[in-house]
Ligand binder design. Structure first.
Ligand SMILES: *Cc1c(COP(=O)(O)O)cnc(C)c1O
Length: 389
């Protein structure tokens, strides 16, 4: 029998050493720094001859516990935790890229990630070329001699398109690129990009990993030598996760499997309801047969996730009207919470883009994005139904 623990057990039975109080649940180590027995202890600790916490900007028992869990759950070698998802993404790019490098990325990425590629990396002479979700056949033609990273998210935000991780892994391997995948919408319970060849997986832990809308956080996991670079970059630039947030998030991971299972069950029922509704043009949910990349989703995901996108008939006005009629669900910018959230990207998060740019990332005027929560599914459906009717 294999001694490697299962996913749920990894999330629960990975624990930092107990203190002299033999606590069952890990305590909080709310301290900025740690003390040494003598000068030799201090020297050896700084020389990394001992694995000992020095200063919480570098490591802390709470952040280490959270990292150890997510490393196992993603099937990675090593990891590092950050104050936010964006800190994880920026530190990964900052550590692994240098002036003159080039990135190839899917165009449908999180808004702030897109801003990194278009506004900030160019300041350090790092350029990015983009492919659309339906242009996988174009990726290889974008690769140049100085291309270092292939970057993508799947499922994408907010249009819930699926990119083929196996294909991305093959392209990255063939051209000797580092494959970086934002696995935020799937979580390691549904999808483990490292199995398909990803070198680094990044997350906003703010979303489903916490899943209760309490804390911000981020994490990067992957190959040990790359994580070491990311760790050294972060230890000097200071985007590390706070011990308190790590304590919360380590607890959150203990319920990830059961939460995500139920999120997906509710989301599937909501997607099926919406697909039959006459005010809805189309529904995008990875595990609906009508999803354009249904086969790919089935190949790489365990379940369809908790985000359901749909297009309401009547464009921008109908979308805003729908939001105004919502009674129970929240209008909020977050996602992956116990509470169901609805947003209308064309009039909010993506209102600054031109219609052409919006359409390139599949955001039509009537697109509504729902993050299905853990309320009883009948109550969620009733709220959406009364707002649609
Ligand atoms: C929210 C989000 C991020 C950024 O995470 P923060 O914790 O808000 O910094 C990155 N990628 C995706 C896919 C996200 O949804």
């Amino acid at each position: 029998m294999s001694t490697k623990k299962h996913f749920e057990t990894q999330a629960i039975r990975t624990q930092t050493e107990r203190s002299q109080f033999s606590e069952h649940s890990t305590p909080m180590y709310i301290t900025s720094s740690f003390v040494f027995d003598d000068s030799e202890d201090m020297r050896a600790s700084f020389a990394e001859e001992k694995s000992k916490d020095l200063y919480s900007r570098f490591t802390n028992p709470n952040t280490s516990e959270f990292i150890d869990k997510i490393v196992q759950m993603e099937g990675a070698e090593s990891g590092y935790a950050f104050a936010t998802g964006m800190a994880a993404i920026f530190s990964t790019l900052g550590a692994l890229l240098k002036s003159g490098d080039h990135v190839v990325s899917c165009k449908s990425v999180f808004g702030s990630t897109h801003a990194l590629f278009t506004q900030y990396l160019p300041k350090w002479n790092i350029e990015t070329s983009y492919f659309n979700v339906d242009e996988s056949d174009k990726i290889e033609s974008l690769i140049k001699p100085n291309t270092k990273i292939l970057y993508a998210e799947t499922p994408t935000n907010p249009a819930i398109d699926i990119l083929d991780l196996e294909l991305l892994g093959e392209i990255a391997k063939k051209h000797n690129l580092l494959l970086v995948i934002d696995n935020c919408f799937a979580t390691p319970y549904l999808q483990r990009p490292i199995e398909f060849g990803a070198d680094i997986v990044v997350h906003s832990a703010t979303k489903l990993l916490d899943g209760q809308g309490r804390v911000l956080g981020g994490v990067a996991v992957g190959k040990a030598d790359l994580i070491r670079e990311i760790y050294l970059f972060s230890r000097n630039t200071g985007p590390s996760m706070s011990p308190f947030n790590a304590w919360v998030l380590s607890k959150s991971l203990e319920t990830l499997a059961v939460r995500v299972e139920k999120h997906c069950e509710n989301a599937m029922k909501v997607a099926e309801f919406l697909e039959k509704h006459q005010k809805v043009n189309w529904v995008k949910y990875p595990f609906l047969k009508s999803h354009p990349q249904y086969e790919v989703a089935k190949k790489q995901m365990k379940l369809g996730g908790n985000i359901v996108a749909f297009e309401i008939k009547g464009g921008i006005e109908a979308g805003r009207d729908f939001l105004n009629k919502i009674k129970m669900c929240s209008l909020s910018a977050n996602l992956g919470d116990t509470r169901t959230i609805v947003t209308h990207p064309a009039s909010t998060t993506h209102s600054k883009l031109s219609e052409k740019d919006r359409l390139e990332v599949s955001i039509t005027d009537g697109l509504v994005r729902t993050s299905i929560g853990l309320e009883h599914v009948e109550d969620i459906i009733n709220d959406l139904k009364q707002a649609l009717d």
